[in-house]
Design a protein around this ligand. Structure first.
Ligand SMILES: Nc1ncnc2c1ncn2[C@@H]1O[C@H](COP(=O)(O)OP(=O)(O)OP(=O)(O)O)[C@@H](O)[C@H]1O
Length: 571
């Protein structure tokens, strides 16, 4: 029950449509049974040449039942499908609401292909829960019960045969099929997950795979995964077809038993002969919709697994209470790190240990240190993307975890090591930072980053694959000139640029940020003389901090040694 709690909760929100569709389903089923029962009775009665009005009443009833059955079948389809699509919409919204605040953590834990398979494939497969798992047994049970009561009135023996048939079809068969299905479903899901992950790996890494001549091997693995998945799918379809055949065969078998049994009662004089055809028709019709019970176990297993796979994505994550404190938009940010340690999930040691420093409004700060020393992690923590293990990050005296993320990000201008570009024009990619930015402002921003040779209509391909590394960095920086923000966070913003372009663009940034704080992660140690503060990191710790002069004044300082080494290489 816990496994399908997600879909059950979403389903119960649509009680009205569910009740109406069950009502129409029952009406359609029971009128179909009555229609065939009345037809059987009509044929038998006609053989005895009864008064014309008897036949007229029977013919009219048959017609009326036919019309009612058709109309209620329409109502059943309409409301059950409407309910299904609303349930699916509710599930999509719920999944999005749960996953969105955890996105940065989840993407560290799951492969992107797997996440995609969950939020597309698993959500889609839950649409079958109501229509194929919940609904058929409920409607069948109600139709069976009503039919059994009616049949009991005619012949208790026949009614008991139908009861036995009902128990086998509604309980025994689904339970046996479920056991078979469980095994197939587990390997199906594993194969689907493997296929989806291999496929995304192949797609994202296509260029590298081709260059390193590994594409063929990966393609073979993809073919292999695809082949295995198709084989499993074919096996599952075969299994479902056999199950369906068993149920259909059994239904006819019960109808034949009813015919033989009723025939026996007639010959013994315990049943009127005119009821024979009627009982046979009832037995045939009441089992008409039972093949849906053959596929029910497969859909139940699929729904359970999908619901579980979706909920585990957010249930295993620590709960994030919606932070409610809104930062005032006009007050510049003052950020204080107090003994902050950060450890990524599944990592043995922290990426940052006991970091303490401040970012005051209007100050220029550089973070330097060897690769892997934790510089970007500090920036990720300011953006609330890195998991803080201990210590405090205060933004305008408020704990960062209590601040509504949007109000924090609104005041930040960020350029990360890898910036994302969308398929579209340069203009669209710039306006993504500020919807209000007009063409003139965008052209000026391009000029500031020395991209004035680009027109606003030029196309950017997915992930900016038609741009050079330096162009991507400059386009990412151009976005920042279009937004007002009180802190600029720049992670190696000019690492792909030549020294002259770098100097000019940094000059433009300096001009635009007279009153803003700018935190820049740097590998090159040039141009740091005017920094208000330089933070030096090594092995996840801040080992030195101060102005350029202060750090260069330390006789055996780490920064001083790094700077001297760099200078010696430049000479
Ligand atoms: N998402 C992550 N999951 C697990 N470990 C991570 C993650 N991101 C970074 N790390 C680890 O944290 C440590 C610090 O990484 P970080 O990116 O902060 O270093 P950096 O100083 O910015 O390096 P670089 O100069 O190469 O960009 C590294 O050991 C890295 O492997």
């Amino acid at each position: 029950m816990k496994d399908i709690s997600l879909v059950l909760k979403m389903m119960l929100k649509e009680k009205k449509d569910i009740l109406i569709s069950v009502f129409f389903g029952f009406l359609a089923g029971i009128t179909a049974v009555s229609l065939f029962a009345a037809s059987g009775y009509l044929i038998s009665q006609a053989a005895f040449a009864p008064p014309i009005y008897t036949l007229m009443i029977l013919v009219a009833s048959v017609k009326l039942l036919g019309i009612t059955s058709a109309v209620s079948r329409y109502g059943e389809r309409y409301f059950s499908h409407r309910g299904t699509f609303t349930i699916l919409k509710n599930i999509r919204l719920k999944v999005y609401d749960q996953i969105e605040p955890l996105a940065s953590r989840i993407l560290q834990k799951y492969r992107s292909g797997d996440i995609l398979a969950r939020i597309v494939g698993d959500v889609e497969s839950l649409q079958h829960f109501f229509l194929r798992v919940f609904y058929p047994p409920v409607v069948l049970a109600t139709v069976f019960t009503a039919t059994i009561f009616f049949t009991m009135y005619l012949s208790v023996g026949v009614a008991l045969t139908i009861v036995a048939g009902m128990v086998v079809v509604l309980i025994v068969f689904p339970s046996i099929f479920y056991l078979f299905q469980k095994r197939t479903a587990v390997s199906m899901r594993e194969k689907r997950g493997a296929l989806s992950s291999t496929f995304t790996d192949y797609l994202y890494g296509f260029r590298e795979l081709t260059i390193f001549q590994q594409a063929e091997g990966k393609k073979q693995q993809l073919d292999h995964d695809m082949h295995q998945y198709e084989e499993m799918k074919a096996k599952e379809n075969r299994q479902l077809a056999i199950q369906e055949a068993v149920v259909i065969f059994f239904s006819f078998f019960i109808a034949v038993i009813v015919l033989v049994q009723a025939g026996l009662y007639v010959s013994e004089g315990n049943l009127a002969g005119t009821l024979l055809a009627m009982l046979f028709m009832i037995a045939i019709t009441v089992f008409e919709d039972t093949p849906s019970m053959a596929v029910l176990p497969a859909h139940l297993e699929e729904s359970k697994a999908s619901s579980k796979r979706l909920t585990e994505v957010w249930e295993e994550e620590p709960r994030v209470e919606a932070a409610a404190h809104e930062l005032e938009p006009d007050v510049p940010l003052h950020v204080v790190f107090k003994d902050v340690s950060i450890q990524y999930p599944n990592e043995k040691k922290p990426a940052v240990r006991l970091a303490s420093f401040q970012i005051k409004p209007g100050k220029n700060i550089a973070i330097v240190g060897p690769s892997g020393s934790g510089k970007s992690t500090l920036m990720q923590a300011m953006l609330t993307f890195a998991p803080i293990q201990s210590g405090h990050i205060l933004v305008n005296d408020k704990e960062i975890s209590k601040i509504a993320q949007e109000s924090l990000w609104r005041q930040m201008n960020v350029s990360l090591q890898h910036n994302h570009f969308f398929y579209g024009s340069i203009y669209e990619n710039l306006r993504f930072a500020n919807k209000e930015a007009g063409e003139e402002a965008c052209r000026e921003a391009l000029e500031k980053v020395q991209l004035s040779h680009f027109s606003l209509e030029d196309q950017v391909l997915e992930k900016g694959t038609n741009l050079s590394g330096g162009e991507k960095q400059r386009l990412a920086l151009a976005r920042l000139f279009l937004r007002d923000a009180s802190i600029w966070l720049l992670d190696e913003p000019t690492s792909s640029l030549d020294a002259i372009t770098e100097q000019e663009i940094m000059g433009q940034i300096e001009k635009a940020t007279k009153y803003q704080a700018v935190v820049t992660i740097r590998h090159r140690l040039t141009g740091l003389e005017n920094m208000d503060q330089i933070i030096v990191m090594n092995h996840g710790e801040i080992i030195e901090q101060g102005t350029y002069m202060e750090l260069m004044g330390k006789a055996d300082g780490y920064f001083k040694a790094m700077k001297e080494l760099e200078n010696s290489q430049l000479v």
